[in-house]
Write a protein that binds this ligand. Structure first.
Ligand SMILES: CC(C)(COP(=O)(O)OP(=O)(O)OC[C@H]1O[C@@H](n2cnc3c(N)ncnc32)[C@H](O)[C@@H]1OP(=O)(O)O)[C@@H](O)C(=O)NCCC(=O)NCCS
Length: 154
């Protein structure tokens, strides 16, 4: 998918009708609710949310980032199934990391399921290193998380 056919825009409440069914399909018991998204979107001081849209403004992907002083953390990245493997997640992560640098963060963290090779490969190829494991972090204690970290050059 060329850059001309994907637009990265600020995420708003208007994206939620399209996003929530994908959220439930992708994240199951870990999915966020509409109320959860709304309260996250309201906090622009510590959060940065962007969406990818096609030329008709249909949702293709989204990503959420949290800032805490010099530290930042990716909460989640999602790309709709029909738009995967076209570089959209990579573009969204690059947008986040640029924003993190603008806000003065010098490192970024994330947690990812051990059984999610697509996301682990995505983050590894974006320069995140695996630094630890959180036992039983997902699915009521059944699935471990890998913690990853990337140093952000100014
Ligand atoms: C993980 C996910 C966000 C990737 O989105 P995407 O837009 O398809 O990813 P990209 O096209 O930008 O891929 C970037 C790189 O990630 C890796 N990657 C992506 N999908 C992969 C897969 N299914 N298997 C292996 N590697 C994969 C590759 O290295 C890829 O580069 P390449 O295509 O040049 O080989 C998408 O599969 C998704 O939404 N999955 C469900 C939700 C999820 O698991 N989110 C992450 C949890 S935080």
């Amino acid at each position: 998918m060329s850059a001309a056919t994907v637009h990265v825009v600020a995420m708003t409440d208007a994206h939620l009708d399209a996003l929530l069914p994908y959220e439930r399909e992708m994240f199951g018991t870990e999915a966020w609710s509409r109320a959860g998204y709304r309260s996250e979107l309201a906090d622009t001081r510590r959060r940065h949310y962007v969406a990818a849209e096609d030329v008709e403004r249909a949702l293709l992907g989204w990503v959420f980032f949290f800032f805490f002083w010099e530290t930042s953390e990716i909460f989640t990245v999602g790309v709709v199934p029909h738009a995967r493997r076209r570089g959209i997640a990579r573009a969204l992560v690059a947008d986040l990391l640029a924003e993190a640098r603008r806000r003065g963060a010098d490192e970024a963290f994330l947690e990812v399921r051990v059984d999610n090779p697509a996301a682990r490969t995505l983050y590894a190829t974006e320069g995140f290193a695996e630094i630890g494991v959180r036992r039983g972090y997902y699915d009521g204690g059944r699935v471990d998380a890998v913690t990853m970290r990337k140093e952000l050059a100014p």
